[in-house]
Unconditional design. Sequence first.
Length: 184
Amino acid sequence: SRVLERFMEIRALNGAVLFKNARLGTMTLGGMPDAAEGVGGYSVRSGRLPNGVPVTMVSRRHTVDGQPTLIRLAYSEEGNRHATAELLAAGAAFLPVMVAAAIALSLRMSRAVLQPIADITRRAQEITSSNLQRRLPLHGSGDEIDQLAAVFNVVLSRLDASFTELRRFSGDASHELRTPLAVV
């Protein structure tokens, strides 16, 4: 049925119209053939019919009953333009929805990715000199965040050992100083 939607015209190379289909009516698909039109293959171009309808036209030279001719076929672009306009309108309607969905998904993903950092930050803020035995959580993923938490835990172990040694030294020094003071 798409063949019936086409405009068709057959011309002699001198420009005389030999045939045109009923759909074309009194209109023509261009005037005199160009010297190179349809030579060696199909010539494709866009244009407008005299009534303003935009068309895509294909022309090619053939020999009909021993006479060189130019066959021109054209198809209205209105359907394509209408479909393109509908597609653009649908795209314009759905674009904000897609952007909002992408933003919501990216926020959710970023929260999930950043949650281990928030856990480490919260736990690090809770550690003081009186509870240096607490450690940062490791998630077991082996990623950079886990490596950083493991290194920080090693630092906390060293600090805990240093504070324990300092308390022991302070206790020992206090005990040792009490005895001579009691004697005096």
